[in-house]
Design a protein around this ligand. Structure first.
Ligand code: AMP
Length: 215
């Protein structure tokens, strides 16, 4: 099974991808997480990417396609994967199609997760994530004993640099301009399925599982 989770920032792609990867035994490939790891390790790529992420812009297609070629060509991706955050431009989608032909692989479905902009801003501005286990929490809806300590592993909970209101608006604009057109690319290919993603984590997950098992 090879899935793409598609949708605006804050729609819950990362949260759902983590749950699905465990339930369906698929590799979770988050290009945002890969970039944040590069930043944390201070690599050349990380140094380049840091300011781009903080401003809510997109990292270049060339760099992102290079990353995906590397990951999809690895053994870890052989038994199926969930792409979360890639492709984000039509150029990336075209490059992915060419790469998958080369690897003799096919995407089963592109899950287009839809939500209103207001809810995105509300969710992202109260989102924190664990620097250790990478789990995501919401300080408003998850009753956290301490808002800076991960209830799962005791690691440190932090807010992402790009989850500030100004940057969230920038990211939504970038999504509308550069990423939303990718929907039409996959609609034309006949593999796009749309679900509402404004329910609870469990509700959205159940909707995804039911859609995926009907494939
Ligand atoms: P995410 O964690 O998916 O919200 O990604 C965080 C940030 O990483 C984005 O706002 C972009 O700056 C960058 N990024 C992640 N994936 C891509 C991609 N496929 N193309 C370009 N930039 C990306």
């Amino acid at each position: 099974m090879r899935l793409i989770l598609f949708g605006p920032p804050g729609v819950g792609k990362g949260t759902q991808a983590k749950i699905l990867s465990e339930k369906l035994h698929l590799l979770h490939i988050s290009t945002g997480d890969i970039l944040r790891q590069e930043i944390a390790s201070g690599t050349q790529l990380g140094i380049q990417a840091k300011a781009i992420l903080a401003a809510g812009h997109l990292v270049s297609d060339e760099i992102m396609i290079g990353i995906i070629e590397h990951v999809l060509g690895s053994d870890a991706a052989k038994n199926g994967f969930i792409l979360d955050g890639f492709p984000r431009t039509v150029t990336q989608a075209e490059a992915l199609t060419a790469l998958l032909i080369k690897l003799q692989m096919k995407i089963n479905v592109v899950l287009n997760m839809e939500i209103d902009d207001e809810m995105v801003v509300q969710r992202l501005s109260s989102r924190v994530s664990c620097t250790s286990c990478r789990k995501i929490f919401n300080v408003l809806t998850d009753s956290l004993y301490n808002p800076s300590i991960c209830p799962s592993c005791g690691g440190e909970l932090i807010q992402r640099d790009d989850d500030m209101p100004e940057t969230i608006r920038k990211r939504l604009h970038v999504y509308d301009q550069s990423t939303a057109p990718v929907k039409f690319y996959y609609a034309k290919a006949g593999i796009l399925r749309t679900i509402r993603a404004d329910g609870s984590i469990d509700e959205v997950n159940a909707a995804i599982i039911s859609m995926v098992t009907q494939l």
